[in-house]
Write a new protein. Structure first.
Length: 199
């Protein structure tokens, strides 16, 4: 990630407040489609789009999940940010059978397929209303000029990007459920060895 060159709040920095955050998550709003505007360069002291305001007008977008009982006497409350449609308010409570409960389908995937919770839900839980979240990812790098930039700056090899990977989303590696797996073993001499594995 590139370091922020201008200090927050310094003169023209108000026009590029998106550069303060490598990653920011906000609720989706029709009025917040772009983190900046081409017109920000005309008046950087009072720009038409200020990304910092996207963050200030958000409510709490963390999902509260009551963790399953552990060895500790009291359950712990986990707060974990979730991307994609998530419920506005989970329903939690105590049950006579197995302690803390959470509603099923707490986490919904972007394709509309629900990922059920491993815990059983209370029967009187109200339905959950999903909300859309937007992940604003700042990718870029700071180029430090050097003598090879003259007469022009070469760009081959310069690339930026990001990966979206699940973190504690699945109970195990999802590839375990893959069928017709093919493993290619490279060899020093001759063709590669192809191994087919069927669970």
């Amino acid at each position: 990630m590139a370091e922020q060159v201008l200090p927050p709040g310094w003169q023209e920095e108000r026009a590029i407040t998106w550069a303060r955050y490598p990653l920011a998550v906000t609720k989706y709003r029709e009025s917040e489609l772009c983190s900046s505007s081409i017109y920000n360069q005309n008046d950087p002291w009072d720009p038409p789009v200020v990304f910092e305001e996207f963050l200030r007008n958000n409510e709490n977008i963390e999902e509260e999940v009551l963790a399953p009982p552990s060895s500790s006497p009291s359950p712990r409350l986990e707060l974990r940010p979730v991307l994609g449609p998530v419920p506005a308010a989970p329903c939690c409570g105590e049950s006579k059978l197995s302690g803390p409960q959470i509603c099923p389908f707490l986490i919904r995937r972007a394709g509309g397929v629900a990922h059920p919770s491993p815990l059983r839900a209370r029967q009187h839980c109200p339905p959950l209303s999903p909300q859309d979240l937007v992940a604003w990812v700042t990718v870029g790098f700071l180029h430090i000029p050097h003598s090879e930039d003259i007469p022009n700056t070469a760009t081959p090899g310069n690339s930026v990007g990001f990966l979206l990977r699940p973190f504690n989303f699945f109970p195990e590696d999802p590839s375990v459920a893959s069928r017709d797996t093919v493993i290619v073993w490279p060899r020093d001499n001759g063709p590669n060895y192809v191994q087919r594995w069927i669970p």
